[in-house]
Ligand binder design. Structure first.
Ligand code: SF4
Length: 316
């Protein structure tokens, strides 16, 4: 690990300001992904801005009947919160399907959103990787890609967003709240928070220099049946090959999928077809622009079967 400076921020505005004015700075909260990357020298920040002292660790009701989840709420606290378990069951289940109890006790809401891909080439400094070193190439496209994206990738990168929590948040129409160094707040739908790689796979989200995530907001509960089904190579402590977050209400079905794209993947306009035509037509629209590799083509069928199992009421 390379030497770095360490500073503690006292307010979100100060943290955002420090991030904007300090070259090569990173926020640290739980550190469950960042510290691994620093040990491997994949991430080499000159300064770490510790945000653990900010008062962003509350889960509060909003005026419109929803929930505001502070950026520093630990994953375990969010998953076990009674309001989340009762009204947003898909979110609780998704979080508990990820990582391990120790990691969930430490990892935060914002850190979970910002976690980086687990592409094996990204983690190997001896390999080229456009995401780690722009312009160096992407060996995954013709190489080991079993875990990687079938849709949403580009000729530059086919990495997947690896998390579970954000997939459920996408199905729940969550919004991400951010503050800049002037104290100005902006809110973005989670659908627009994570970016597709295109020609700049090193840019993974819409967080700007001089901004910090302060919260994620959920709309009023949608009710219905809420399921998170995660298919992976072993039963625990593994990233998804395919995951499905579903909110199945009386007259509306929201489905987001994980493990298949650089961001939680959803096609709202196709969701109206689910009840009329079953999953096949919906999945065709959901994966319309898919470009699987030979190694991960199996995910095409796996998505369809997993969605069908969820629509038949099988959680997991
Ligand atoms: Fe790097 Fe993305 Fe290619 Fe993986 S898929 S090697 S992260 S550029």
């Amino acid at each position: 690990m390379r030497p770095f400076k360490y500073v503690r921020a006292r307010s979100p505005q100060e943290a955002a300001g420090l991030a904007g004015e300090t070259p090569n700075a990173k926020f640290i909260a739980g550190g469950t992904n960042l510290l691994d990357l620093m040990k491997l020298q994949i991430e080499t920040p000159a300064t770490l801005i510790d945000v653990n002292g900010l008062s962003l660790d509350k889960i509060e009701a909003t005026d419109d009947g929803g929930l505001r989840i502070g950026a520093l709420v630990r994953n375990a606290d969010l998953a076990w919160d009674m309001r989340v378990r009762r009204d947003y069951g898909v979110l609780s289940r998704a979080i508990l399907a990820g990582a391990s109890p120790q990691l969930r006790n430490r990892a935060t809401t914002a850190g979970n959103l910002l976690q980086r891909t687990r592409c094996a080439y990204f983690y190997d400094p001896n390999q080229p990787c456009n995401k780690r070193k722009p312009g160096s190439g992407c060996p995954a496209i013709a190489g080991y890609s079993r875990q990687l994206a079938i849709v949403g990738g580009s000729d530059s990168c086919i990495a997947t967003y690896p998390g579970d929590m954000a997939v459920a948040m996408r199905a729940l129409d969550a919004k991400v709240e951010l503050v800049n160094e002037k104290g100005e707040t902006r809110t973005t739908p989670i659908a627009e928070f994570h970016r597709l790689p295109e020609n700049t796979p090193e840019r993974e989200n819409s967080l700007k220099a001089g901004e910090i995530i302060t919260a994620v907001t959920l709309p009023r509960p949608a009710g219905g049946t809420q399921i998170y089904r995660k298919i992976r190579d072993r039963a625990s402590y593994a990233f998804a090959l395919v995951s499905v977050a579903a909110v199945v209400a009386a007259n509306k079905v929201n489905i987001a999928i994980g493990g298949v794209a650089p961001k939680p993947w959803r096609n709202e306009s196709a969701e109206a077809d689910i009840s009329k035509d079953g999953a096949k037509r919906f999945v065709s629209a959901l994966l319309a622009d898919a470009r699987p590799t030979e190694e991960n083509r199996f995910k095409m069928a796996l998505v369809e079967r997993t969605i069908e199992s969820v629509l038949n009421g099988q959680g997991g």
